[in-house]
Design a protein around this ligand. Sequence first.
Ligand SMILES: C[S@@+](CC[C@H](N)C(=O)[O-])C[C@H]1O[C@@H](n2cnc3c(N)ncnc32)[C@H](O)[C@@H]1O
Ligand code: SF4
Length: 384
Amino acid sequence: MSATRAPLGLYIHWPYCRRICPYCDFNVYRARAYDTDLTDALIADLSGWAELAGARPLTSIHFGGGTPSLMSAPDVERVIDAAHRVFGLKSGAEIGLEANPAEADALPDLARAGINRMSVGVQSLRDDALKRLGRDHDAAKAAEAVRVAQKVVPRVSVDLIHTREGQSLADWEMELTEAIALGTGHVSAYQLTLEPGTAFARQAETGRLELPDGDAAADFQELTDQTLAAAGFTAYEISNHARTRQDRSVHNSLYWTGGDWIGIGPGAHSRLGCALDGGRLAAEARAKPGAYVSAVRETGRGSEAEVRLTAPEEFAERVLMGLRISEGIDRAALEDATGLALNSARIASLAQDRWINVTPRHVALTPQGRLLADRIGGELAEPG
Ligand SMILES: C[S@@+](CC[C@H](N)C(=O)[O-])C[C@H]1O[C@@H](n2cnc3c(N)ncnc32)[C@H](O)[C@@H]1O
Ligand code: SF4
């Protein structure tokens, strides 16, 4: 597909948080005074991308972080207006924002600024677990934020974390059932991962934190899938569950299907085009907010590194991402973009062991394969 006709998404990274959670390794900084320079830089960076991305209306905008619910509503509106002006928006485009429960009161203004989908960072509905996760809200506040979001935008998702220290399967089933009862159309349920360099990783190294082992993690994943399926949700991605197709995240689907997106804001990543169109462009913006703002002022762009991915690099990315979704890897799209094909001997052997389902169009993980997605992805990431 030619780059200028492919769908295009816009990601905006707001890197500030009230406090830094001990499990999080995203590009985040403690919020002190409001950063009044960042929005101007975001808008200038966005304009700088227009030539590279080609004139095409956006299918989605996503405010992520960090905590973008700490952005002022006028700043959110200015960024959305700039996106309209520079690229235009497809009718019905998804405009999503990650909302922390502590900002429940700000959500109506953010909706008025143009946000039409919110994912609320509930994480848990157990107060002791929220404390251990270092969160600045309790379960009642999280549920209140979900209710506020449901009043002000048509599409709401709940983010949860499972496989926590001391968590039992029986209590997780109850907690997840309570989360489902909040009535959102979308639930993201992530397994708690120990990310290098985080406080939790250090605690685990010194025995102050003990998470359930690998077998238990698989049990949590299975129970999560079963409980959500029984409530009518489809696991359209390993951690993402939607009641209907319309409830699925349009923006995240771009990441999983090898789509194009521009990322603006400190540390944001971008991907444009494909290997057969001269190399897929992979860019990463400067991580520190001050350095990002200075780079945009000096050069009109926030990128620190811009490279063209080789066909095998793009192949590996598409395979690892495509395996995450229920439809699986679109084999024709993979070959069209990279000129490379999956290794047929490896596919046959993984299919025989029931890790993957294979059709002429797709290669997808089986339910048991989903529990070993990374390992299977590693095996398929080298072309045949
Ligand atoms: C980067 S956060 C941004 C959202 C928002 N700041 C919040 O905390 O709710 C996006 C989501 O990633 C998930 N997440 C972050 N670190 C994680 C980890 N180490 N393990 C599992 N999930 C994680 C959380 O569920 C969180 O809602
Ligand atoms: S989980 Fe959310 S609130 Fe916590 S540090 Fe990461 S981005 Fe910030």
